[in-house]
Design a protein around this ligand. Structure first.
Ligand code: AMP
Ligand code: GLY
Length: 418
């Protein structure tokens, strides 16, 4: 099978690393890829992921059998619809199904209509009514903007003043509507499921670390580290989440005429009343994918292909008993302003360690050197029989890397290991 992978981050490097091991893979391309991905897939540069017709034409010219879409933006914008119309199989949901990530309001209404456990919510199209509601409901309370906000559209307000400020911010920055949610208390975990219409196959769990600094302090980021499995998501809780949240969602999407095909990533809050949905994403998590792929003990390619072709029910998925943990090595200053272009040394020494995989997230080549090219730059991943072993391996590898312009959290995995 000739495969095209779309994206350029650590998530895509992990997918590429796994796909490249498939005995069924033929020509393997990555658009645009990165220097890590380039060791297993041929990079294709110069076609932006927003140029849907150009991507379709490129796929037809290169006899592509399967497109695997990494990031959410092309999914929400309908790339899979364009590929499907052209007869090209693609892993990832249609635009109508990707609304589960693209519109928080769509998802909240779907939950309400189908009795899916999630935070109670109210929606407002002007600031004064939203502010009045916030005053009557009290704090803590959660304020959200609609649409793809790259993780920046959510404020968990600890007092009423902060919540009202957040409401005003949503409208001041051009928002048409604001979502006010009940504050849910509990620990968060991510559950991944392959979904093909009404067929749901559990595809691993993970926990992320969203804050920039040790002790879960500092600003929110795209994720500073992750581990899998998430011990807090016990088999019983996972089964409950699939039964009460994922399956009803899959059925509701079919009933709406927008069947979901792809990976559905549920952010869950494990409350005293059971698992509740925080949000959906319509693609693999980043860096969660980097801890799922090393644990998958079967071939990934037939699974993605079967999902894309509506045959998920016929596939078999198996996992190793290992744990995996990834540490995100980021540019100093991230998630705020940061420099790029600094040289990174020691990558080969780190990658050569036992049970270690170094995924590239934001790098580029400058001559023979690898230099930083983004906020989150490397995902240093350890795999081991226990989470402690995976963690020790990841940190030993991070210590081999020579990159003074970077930083990483020292406490990835603390919740599971405490
Ligand atoms: P989201 O972008 O919807 O995942 O929200 C980002 C983060 O805000 C989540 O990972 C949670 O930590 C927090 N959050 C969002 N909604 C709620 C809620 N209703 N109650 C408590 N925390 C929330
Ligand atoms: N790590 C969070 C995300 O991928 O959205």
């Amino acid at each position: 099978m000739n495969v095209l992978l779309l994206g350029s981050g650590g998530r895509e490097h992990a997918l590429a690393w796994k796909l490249a091991q498939s005995p069924d893979i033929g020509q393997f391309y990555a658009m645009p890829g990165n220097p890590g991905i380039a060791s297993v897939a041929e990079p294709v540069e110069g076609v932006p992921l927003s140029a849907h017709q150009a991507i379709v034409a490129w796929c037809l010219a290169h006899a592509i059998d399967l497109v695997v879409v990494g990031p959410e933006a092309p999914l929400v914008a309908g790339l899979v619809d364009r590929l499907t119309e052209a007869g090209i199989a693609a892993f990832g949901p249609s635009a109508a199904a990707a609304r589960l990530e693209g519109s928080k309001l769509f998802t909240k209404e779907l939950c309400r209509e189908n009795g899916i456990p999630t935070a109670a919510f109210a929606r407002f199209s002007d600031a004064p009514s939203a502010a009045a509601y916030v005053r009557s409901a009290g704090a803590p309370i959660v304020v959200k903007a609609d649409g793809l906000m790259a993780g920046k559209g959510v404020v968990v307000a600890l007092n009423v003043g902060e919540a009202i400020e957040a409401v005003e911010q949503v409208f001041a920055s051009g928002g048409q509507e604001v979502l006010i949610e009940e504050f849910m208390e509990g620990e968060e975990a991510s559950l991944f499921c392959l979904v093909d219409g009404e067929t749901v196959v559990a595809f691993g769990s993970a926990q992320d670390h969203k804050r920039a600094f040790d002790g879960d302090l500092g600003p929110n980021t795209g994720g500073m580290g992750a581990y899998s499995p998430a011990p807090i998501l016990t088999p019983a809780l996972e089964e409950q989440a699939i039964r009460e949240i994922i399956i009803p969602t899959a059925r509701a999407m079919v009933a709406l005429g927008a069947p979901y095909r792809g990976i559905l990533y549920a952010g869950l809050m494990l409350t005293e009343a059971g698992p509740k949905l925080v949000e959906y994403n319509c693609r693999f998590g980043d860096p969660e994918c980097q801890v799922l792929m090393p644990r998958l003990s079967c071939d990934l390619l037939p699974i993605l292909d079967a999902t894309a072709r509506g045959r998920l029910a016929d596939t078999h998925v198996s996992w190793s008993a290992d744990a995996a943990l990834t540490v995100v090595y980021a540019s100093r200053g991230y998630p705020g302003a940061h420099q790029t272009g600094s040289e990174i040394g020691g990558l080969d020494a780190a990658d050569a360690l036992d049970g270690v995989l170094v995924f590239h997230a934001g790098t580029k080549k400058a001559g023979a050197k690898v230099v930083s090219n983004g906020g989150r730059v490397l995902n240093v991943t350890g795999v081991g029989a226990t989470l402690q072993e995976a963690r020790d391996r990841a940190y030993a590898a991070a210590a081999e890397i020579r990159w003074p312009e970077g930083f990483y959290r020292q406490d990835i995995g603390w919740r599971a290991l405490r």
